[in-house]
Design a binder for this molecule. Structure first.
Ligand SMILES: NC(=O)c1ccc[n+]([C@@H]2O[C@H](COP(=O)([O-])OP(=O)(O)OC[C@H]3O[C@@H](n4cnc5c(N)ncnc54)[C@H](O)[C@@H]3O)[C@@H](O)[C@H]2O)c1
Length: 252
Protein backbone atom coordinates (compact mmCIF):
# COMPACT_ATOMS: atom_id res chain seq x y z
CA UNK A 1 0.00 0.00 0.00
CA UNK A 2 1.46 3.35 -0.97
CA UNK A 3 0.36 6.93 -1.49
CA UNK A 4 2.31 6.88 -4.75
CA UNK A 5 -0.66 5.03 -6.25
CA UNK A 6 -2.49 8.36 -6.22
CA UNK A 7 0.22 9.90 -8.41
CA UNK A 8 0.32 9.87 -12.21
CA UNK A 9 4.05 9.90 -12.83
CA UNK A 10 4.82 9.05 -16.46
CA UNK A 11 1.15 8.92 -17.47
CA UNK A 12 -0.29 10.66 -20.51
CA UNK A 13 -3.79 12.11 -20.11
CA UNK A 14 -6.15 13.38 -22.78
CA UNK A 15 -8.68 15.84 -21.32
CA UNK A 16 -11.56 17.22 -23.37
CA UNK A 17 -12.95 20.61 -22.39
CA UNK A 18 -9.56 21.34 -20.85
CA UNK A 19 -9.53 25.12 -21.21
CA UNK A 20 -11.69 26.02 -18.19
CA UNK A 21 -13.91 24.70 -15.39
CA UNK A 22 -13.69 21.08 -14.28
CA UNK A 23 -11.49 20.05 -17.22
CA UNK A 24 -8.90 22.75 -16.53
CA UNK A 25 -8.83 22.03 -12.77
CA UNK A 26 -8.34 18.35 -13.60
CA UNK A 27 -5.44 19.16 -15.93
CA UNK A 28 -3.83 21.38 -13.30
CA UNK A 29 -4.09 18.64 -10.66
CA UNK A 30 -2.93 15.93 -13.06
CA UNK A 31 0.11 18.07 -13.86
CA UNK A 32 0.92 18.35 -10.13
CA UNK A 33 0.48 14.57 -9.85
CA UNK A 34 3.13 14.04 -12.52
CA UNK A 35 1.07 13.45 -15.68
CA UNK A 36 1.58 15.13 -19.02
CA UNK A 37 -1.67 16.31 -20.55
CA UNK A 38 -3.12 16.87 -23.99
CA UNK A 39 -5.87 19.43 -23.52
CA UNK A 40 -8.54 20.05 -26.07
CA UNK A 41 -11.31 22.60 -26.54
CA UNK A 42 -12.24 24.96 -29.34
CA UNK A 43 -9.66 27.52 -28.20
CA UNK A 44 -7.03 28.08 -25.53
CA UNK A 45 -7.52 30.34 -22.53
CA UNK A 46 -4.87 32.16 -20.50
CA UNK A 47 -5.26 29.46 -17.84
CA UNK A 48 -4.75 26.54 -20.21
CA UNK A 49 -1.87 28.43 -21.87
CA UNK A 50 -0.16 28.70 -18.49
CA UNK A 51 -0.01 24.90 -18.48
CA UNK A 52 0.99 24.38 -22.09
CA UNK A 53 3.62 27.16 -21.96
CA UNK A 54 5.63 24.95 -19.60
CA UNK A 55 6.31 22.70 -22.59
CA UNK A 56 5.21 19.63 -20.61
CA UNK A 57 1.63 19.70 -21.88
CA UNK A 58 -0.04 20.41 -25.23
CA UNK A 59 -3.25 21.89 -26.56
CA UNK A 60 -5.20 20.66 -29.59
CA UNK A 61 -7.88 23.09 -30.78
CA UNK A 62 -11.00 21.29 -32.01
CA UNK A 63 -14.75 21.26 -31.94
CA UNK A 64 -15.33 17.89 -30.30
CA UNK A 65 -18.51 17.34 -32.33
CA UNK A 66 -16.78 17.60 -35.73
CA UNK A 67 -16.77 14.19 -37.46
CA UNK A 68 -12.98 13.91 -37.71
CA UNK A 69 -12.16 15.36 -34.27
CA UNK A 70 -11.97 12.19 -32.13
CA UNK A 71 -9.50 10.38 -34.42
CA UNK A 72 -7.47 13.55 -34.99
CA UNK A 73 -7.31 14.22 -31.28
CA UNK A 74 -6.05 10.76 -30.47
CA UNK A 75 -3.57 10.87 -33.36
CA UNK A 76 -2.25 14.25 -32.16
CA UNK A 77 -1.83 12.86 -28.64
CA UNK A 78 0.02 9.77 -29.86
CA UNK A 79 2.21 11.88 -32.14
CA UNK A 80 3.16 14.22 -29.32
CA UNK A 81 3.39 11.82 -26.36
CA UNK A 82 3.52 8.30 -27.85
CA UNK A 83 0.68 6.81 -25.75
CA UNK A 84 -2.59 7.54 -23.94
CA UNK A 85 -3.02 6.24 -20.40
CA UNK A 86 -5.99 8.32 -19.29
CA UNK A 87 -8.97 9.84 -21.08
CA UNK A 88 -11.14 12.38 -19.26
CA UNK A 89 -14.29 12.79 -21.33
CA UNK A 90 -15.32 16.11 -19.84
CA UNK A 91 -16.48 18.56 -22.55
CA UNK A 92 -20.19 19.23 -22.31
CA UNK A 93 -22.95 21.79 -22.75
CA UNK A 94 -26.18 22.47 -20.90
CA UNK A 95 -29.45 23.79 -22.28
CA UNK A 96 -32.99 23.72 -21.03
CA UNK A 97 -36.57 24.77 -21.50
CA UNK A 98 -40.00 23.24 -21.89
CA UNK A 99 -39.81 19.72 -23.32
CA UNK A 100 -42.70 20.38 -25.73
CA UNK A 101 -40.85 23.38 -27.24
CA UNK A 102 -37.31 21.99 -27.29
CA UNK A 103 -36.38 22.09 -30.97
CA UNK A 104 -34.31 19.65 -33.02
CA UNK A 105 -31.26 21.91 -33.33
CA UNK A 106 -30.95 22.27 -29.55
CA UNK A 107 -31.57 18.56 -29.04
CA UNK A 108 -28.86 17.72 -31.58
CA UNK A 109 -26.36 20.11 -29.95
CA UNK A 110 -26.87 18.52 -26.53
CA UNK A 111 -26.70 14.94 -27.74
CA UNK A 112 -23.82 15.55 -30.18
CA UNK A 113 -21.69 17.19 -27.49
CA UNK A 114 -22.64 15.26 -24.36
CA UNK A 115 -23.18 11.74 -25.72
CA UNK A 116 -22.08 11.16 -29.32
CA UNK A 117 -18.74 12.99 -28.97
CA UNK A 118 -17.73 11.26 -25.69
CA UNK A 119 -18.69 7.91 -27.28
CA UNK A 120 -16.57 8.64 -30.36
CA UNK A 121 -13.59 10.02 -28.40
CA UNK A 122 -13.63 6.99 -26.08
CA UNK A 123 -13.85 4.66 -29.09
CA UNK A 124 -10.78 6.29 -30.65
CA UNK A 125 -8.84 6.32 -27.36
CA UNK A 126 -9.63 2.72 -26.44
CA UNK A 127 -7.76 1.38 -29.48
CA UNK A 128 -4.24 2.40 -28.32
CA UNK A 129 -5.23 1.45 -24.74
CA UNK A 130 -6.13 -2.04 -25.97
CA UNK A 131 -2.79 -2.30 -27.75
CA UNK A 132 -0.94 -1.45 -24.53
CA UNK A 133 -3.39 -3.50 -22.36
CA UNK A 134 -3.91 -0.63 -19.95
CA UNK A 135 -5.88 2.56 -19.58
CA UNK A 136 -8.34 4.50 -17.47
CA UNK A 137 -11.32 6.42 -18.78
CA UNK A 138 -13.28 8.90 -16.66
CA UNK A 139 -16.52 10.17 -18.18
CA UNK A 140 -18.08 13.27 -16.65
CA UNK A 141 -21.76 12.58 -16.06
CA UNK A 142 -24.00 14.52 -13.66
CA UNK A 143 -26.53 14.25 -10.88
CA UNK A 144 -28.84 15.22 -13.75
CA UNK A 145 -28.38 11.63 -14.92
CA UNK A 146 -30.25 10.53 -11.78
CA UNK A 147 -32.80 13.20 -10.89
CA UNK A 148 -34.91 15.94 -12.43
CA UNK A 149 -33.30 19.32 -11.83
CA UNK A 150 -35.31 22.05 -10.22
CA UNK A 151 -36.39 24.68 -10.93
CA UNK A 152 -34.92 24.56 -14.45
CA UNK A 153 -36.29 22.07 -17.00
CA UNK A 154 -33.72 20.19 -19.07
CA UNK A 155 -34.88 16.80 -20.30
CA UNK A 156 -32.32 16.56 -23.11
CA UNK A 157 -29.34 17.34 -20.87
CA UNK A 158 -30.50 14.91 -18.19
CA UNK A 159 -31.05 12.17 -20.76
CA UNK A 160 -27.56 12.69 -22.22
CA UNK A 161 -25.97 12.34 -18.76
CA UNK A 162 -27.98 9.22 -17.85
CA UNK A 163 -26.71 7.73 -21.11
CA UNK A 164 -23.13 8.59 -20.16
CA UNK A 165 -23.53 6.72 -16.87
CA UNK A 166 -24.79 3.66 -18.72
CA UNK A 167 -22.11 3.95 -21.40
CA UNK A 168 -19.59 3.92 -18.53
CA UNK A 169 -21.04 0.81 -16.99
CA UNK A 170 -21.26 -1.20 -20.21
CA UNK A 171 -17.83 -0.11 -21.46
CA UNK A 172 -16.39 -1.15 -18.10
CA UNK A 173 -17.95 -4.58 -18.53
CA UNK A 174 -16.54 -4.95 -22.04
CA UNK A 175 -12.95 -3.97 -21.14
CA UNK A 176 -12.58 -5.11 -17.51
CA UNK A 177 -10.45 -8.13 -18.38
CA UNK A 178 -8.32 -6.21 -20.87
CA UNK A 179 -6.70 -3.75 -18.48
CA UNK A 180 -8.95 -0.77 -19.15
CA UNK A 181 -11.03 0.71 -16.34
CA UNK A 182 -14.00 2.95 -17.14
CA UNK A 183 -15.66 5.11 -14.49
CA UNK A 184 -17.76 8.24 -14.31
CA UNK A 185 -18.08 11.24 -12.04
CA UNK A 186 -21.52 12.70 -11.35
CA UNK A 187 -21.02 16.26 -10.07
CA UNK A 188 -23.71 18.26 -8.34
CA UNK A 189 -23.81 22.03 -8.74
CA UNK A 190 -20.27 23.21 -9.41
CA UNK A 191 -19.11 26.81 -9.73
CA UNK A 192 -18.09 26.96 -13.43
CA UNK A 193 -19.21 28.93 -16.44
CA UNK A 194 -21.87 26.28 -17.16
CA UNK A 195 -23.68 26.97 -13.88
CA UNK A 196 -22.67 30.54 -13.12
CA UNK A 197 -25.80 32.22 -14.51
CA UNK A 198 -27.98 30.15 -12.20
CA UNK A 199 -25.68 30.75 -9.25
CA UNK A 200 -25.86 34.48 -9.83
CA UNK A 201 -29.66 34.41 -10.08
CA UNK A 202 -30.80 34.79 -6.43
CA UNK A 203 -33.97 32.70 -6.83
CA UNK A 204 -32.40 29.84 -8.74
CA UNK A 205 -29.31 29.88 -6.59
CA UNK A 206 -31.44 29.57 -3.45
CA UNK A 207 -33.32 26.55 -4.79
CA UNK A 208 -30.05 24.87 -5.78
CA UNK A 209 -28.36 25.56 -2.44
CA UNK A 210 -31.46 24.64 -0.39
CA UNK A 211 -31.58 21.30 -2.20
CA UNK A 212 -27.91 20.61 -1.51
CA UNK A 213 -27.66 19.26 2.05
CA UNK A 214 -24.20 20.79 2.48
CA UNK A 215 -25.80 24.13 1.63
CA UNK A 216 -23.14 25.20 -0.83
CA UNK A 217 -21.89 24.62 -4.37
CA UNK A 218 -18.87 22.52 -5.24
CA UNK A 219 -15.64 23.72 -6.83
CA UNK A 220 -13.85 22.49 -9.95
CA UNK A 221 -10.91 21.58 -7.69
CA UNK A 222 -13.13 19.26 -5.62
CA UNK A 223 -14.20 17.53 -8.85
CA UNK A 224 -10.58 17.24 -9.99
CA UNK A 225 -9.74 15.38 -6.74
CA UNK A 226 -12.39 12.79 -7.61
CA UNK A 227 -11.23 12.46 -11.21
CA UNK A 228 -7.64 11.97 -10.03
CA UNK A 229 -8.69 9.10 -7.78
CA UNK A 230 -10.68 7.37 -10.53
CA UNK A 231 -7.88 7.84 -13.07
CA UNK A 232 -5.08 6.73 -10.76
CA UNK A 233 -3.85 3.27 -9.77
CA UNK A 234 -5.39 3.95 -6.33
CA UNK A 235 -8.68 2.97 -8.01
CA UNK A 236 -7.22 -0.25 -9.44
CA UNK A 237 -10.27 -2.39 -8.48
CA UNK A 238 -12.84 0.28 -9.39
CA UNK A 239 -14.53 -0.01 -12.75
CA UNK A 240 -18.06 0.68 -13.95
CA UNK A 241 -18.65 3.05 -11.03
CA UNK A 242 -20.26 6.45 -11.11
CA UNK A 243 -18.90 8.49 -8.22
CA UNK A 244 -21.43 11.06 -7.04
CA UNK A 245 -19.87 14.28 -5.72
CA UNK A 246 -22.78 16.58 -4.98
CA UNK A 247 -22.80 17.73 -1.36
CA UNK A 248 -25.59 15.22 -0.74
CA UNK A 249 -27.97 16.50 -3.45
CA UNK A 250 -29.35 13.13 -4.54
CA UNK A 251 -29.79 11.74 -1.03
CA UNK A 252 -33.33 13.07 -0.79
N1 LIG B 1 -20.93 22.89 -13.49
C1 LIG B 1 -21.81 22.02 -13.05
O1 LIG B 1 -22.63 22.35 -12.16
C2 LIG B 1 -21.84 20.63 -13.61
C3 LIG B 1 -22.65 19.68 -12.96
C4 LIG B 1 -22.69 18.38 -13.44
C5 LIG B 1 -21.93 18.03 -14.54
N2 LIG B 1 -21.15 18.97 -15.16
C6 LIG B 1 -20.40 18.53 -16.33
O2 LIG B 1 -19.03 18.85 -16.18
C7 LIG B 1 -18.42 18.95 -17.47
C8 LIG B 1 -17.56 20.19 -17.52
O3 LIG B 1 -18.37 21.34 -17.43
P1 LIG B 1 -17.99 22.62 -16.55
O4 LIG B 1 -18.92 22.66 -15.41
O5 LIG B 1 -16.53 22.65 -16.32
O6 LIG B 1 -18.48 23.79 -17.53
P2 LIG B 1 -17.71 24.73 -18.57
O7 LIG B 1 -18.76 25.33 -19.41
O8 LIG B 1 -16.76 25.63 -17.85
O9 LIG B 1 -16.81 23.70 -19.39
C9 LIG B 1 -17.30 23.00 -20.51
C10 LIG B 1 -16.10 22.63 -21.34
O10 LIG B 1 -16.56 21.91 -22.51
C11 LIG B 1 -15.97 22.48 -23.66
N3 LIG B 1 -16.82 22.27 -24.81
C12 LIG B 1 -18.17 22.42 -24.90
N4 LIG B 1 -18.60 22.16 -26.15
C13 LIG B 1 -17.50 21.84 -26.88
C14 LIG B 1 -17.29 21.47 -28.23
N5 LIG B 1 -18.30 21.39 -29.12
N6 LIG B 1 -16.02 21.22 -28.63
C15 LIG B 1 -14.99 21.29 -27.76
N7 LIG B 1 -15.12 21.63 -26.46
C16 LIG B 1 -16.37 21.91 -26.03
C17 LIG B 1 -15.79 23.96 -23.31
O11 LIG B 1 -14.80 24.57 -24.12
C18 LIG B 1 -15.34 23.86 -21.86
O12 LIG B 1 -13.95 23.60 -21.81
C19 LIG B 1 -19.56 18.91 -18.48
O13 LIG B 1 -19.65 17.64 -19.07
C20 LIG B 1 -20.78 19.20 -17.63
O14 LIG B 1 -21.96 18.69 -18.19
C21 LIG B 1 -21.08 20.25 -14.71
Amino acid sequence: MSLSQFRLEGKIALITGGNRGIGLATAQLFAKAGARCMLTARSETDDSRALTDTGEHAFHAADITAPASPDELVEATLERFGRIDILVNNAGVADGGDFHDFDDARLARIMDTNLIAPFRVARSAVRPMLAQSSGAIVNIGSISGYVANKPQLQVAYNSSKAAIHQMTSVMAFEYAARGIRVNALAPGYIRTRMAIDGMEDPEMSKVWADNTPMGRFGTPEEMANCVLFLASDAASFVTGATLVADGGYITH
